[in-house]
Design a protein around this ligand. Structure first.
Ligand code: SF4
Length: 460
């Protein structure tokens, strides 16, 4: 039996696709490069932007034509499964819109994959998937042979930023048990993994409560005094760091994403500064530089609070690299408010930023806000901040020239086969002359020059 996987969207989707692939591999299935050769196609979808969904509509049209031609030629037609956030958002209506789809597996229906695979293997059909509103963490998302791995630790979001569809399709926050997390980390260590990334839609609001009163959020609990039964993100990070030391694990770098500024506590900053295994890179999405817009986005912090937080981080972790997400062109954004974002970027000097303009997302409050910004203004503002960030990135990266840094070798460089591409703990890209055999190892590289957003260095 052969399968073909298409994954769109975030790292969580990549991790979830890998975990579903593991079920197929364990059942003896093989992956194929070409969907025409598959018995089963799984499309893991994203709903964050309308453009992502439009792309998936296009793919479903293509699969529909493929299936028709297979039927015409009396071949066994492919089984098409759609999973992920678009599946969750549209559920059975997706099947009505696209009859090519055999199964729609929402974010809370993953336990049904085994049933579906069994049915495809036996040429049967599963009738109706139950809607069980339970999210289950896969035991592992490890891809055979990789030295970097994702470890989902929480799922969902309670924040309801007014522009974002995620809380509607991923549901409320659920944290994974620390015991399960450590057990997955042990499996990854046994595979020789070198770097892990802890994942969650709102990773630093991780909150494991033995007493299972999951209605309390991390910030509500941290406001009280914690007892032993409650484990928040900083304690989990410390627990992981100690566990890796105690077990003499090959995992030497731990990253996390995506964090919310309101949940980035003093204790977390302290743990990152103290534990060597925790990478000195924090992705801290600010979204906007104006307190008025932040309030209308329901981000739950002000410009001033965010700036204070960054000051604290930089003071306690001087080598830290900060990256962010910026959303401009939110409904009602004035030129002055936009300029507040520009000034905030210049004040913080992010190493990198993911910048995008606001696109109304059906089903979210901001979609119906008045004073939507004309597209030409959104494009102009976006182009301006991209130019500014490019300059900031260049200046920030130049500060590293001449330093010797630890690099995890990832791949052969695309431009020159005699060069390897690697990444630093601060999440900077470095190319340097080296042999392929170093892929997956840590090496020391002296940074010599800057080419675009990539360092050139020499292996020590
Ligand atoms: S924190 Fe806001 S932007 Fe992030 S997933 Fe939750 S609602 Fe969306």
């Amino acid at each position: 039996m052969k399968y073909f996987f298409e994954t769109y969207g975030c790292q969580m989707n990549k991790a979830e696709s890998s975990s579903v692939e593991q079920i197929l591999i364990e059942r003896g299935w093989n992956s194929v490069e070409n969907p025409e050769d598959a018995n089963l196609v799984i499309i893991n979808t994203c709903s964050v932007r309308a453009t992502a969904e439009t792309r998936i509509h296009g793919r479903l049209g293509w699969y529909s034509a493929l299936k028709k031609s297979q039927v015409k030629q009396n071949k066994n037609p492919i089984t098409v499964v759609v999973m992920g956030c678009m599946a969750q958002r549209l559920l059975e209506s997706l099947k009505k819109q696209f009859p090519v789809v055999d199964y729609v597996v929402g974010n809370f229906q993953k336990p049904f994959f085994t049933e579906i695979f069994e049915a495809v293997e036996n040429g049967r059909k599963v009738n109706q998937l139950d809607e069980t509103p339970v999210y289950s963490f896969a035991s592992t998302s490890y891809e055979q042979g990789s030295f970097s791995a994702f470890v989902p630790i929480m799922h969902g979001c309670n924040n309801f930023c007014t522009y974002c569809i995620v809380p509607y399709v991923r549901g409320r926050e659920i944290s994974r048990s620390p015991k399960d997390i450590l057990s997955e980390i042990d499996q990854l260590s046994a595979h020789g993994v070198k770097e892990i990334s802890l994942l969650g839609q709102n990773v630093n609001s991780f909150c494991w409560n033995e007493t299972k009163s999951i209605s309390e959020t991390a910030s509500e609990i941290s406001a009280k005094s914690c007892d032993d039964k409650i484990i928040l993100f900083p304690q989990l990070m410390k627990m992981i760091a100690e566990h890796l030391k105690k077990t003499n694990s090959p995992i030497k770098w731990v990253r996390f994403m995506s964090s919310h500024p309101k949940d980035l506590s003093d204790e977390l900053i302290k743990v990152i500064s103290e534990e060597e295994v925790l990478c000195k890179h924090i992705h801290l999405p600010v979204q906007h530089g104006s307190s008025n817009i932040l309030q209308r986005m329901n981000r739950r912090y002000t410009r001033e609070k965010y700036l204070d937080l960054v000051k604290k981080i930089k003071k306690q972790i001087p080598e830290v690299s900060l990256t962010t997400d910026i959303l401009i062109g939110f409904p009602g954004e004035t030129e002055d408010e936009f300029e507040e974002t520009v000034s905030l970027m210049k004040e913080i000097n992010y190493l990198a930023a993911y910048m995008y303009y606001y696109n109304p997302r059906e089903g979210t409050p901001a979609c119906s806000y008045e004073n939507q910004i004309p597209m030409e203004d959104k494009k102009r503002r976006l182009a301006k901040i991209i130019d500014i960030q490019q300059e900031i990135t260049k200046t920030e990266m130049k500060k590293q020239l001449g330093k010797t840094v630890k690099v995890l070798v990832e791949n052969v460089s695309r431009d020159d086969e005699s060069e390897m591409l690697g990444r630093t703990s601060r999440d900077e890209r470095v190319v340097f002359k080296a042999d392929k055999s170093l892929i997956g190892s840590f090496v020391e590289v002296k940074i010599e020059s800057l080419n675009g957003n990539t360092f050139k260095g020499c292996l020590i």
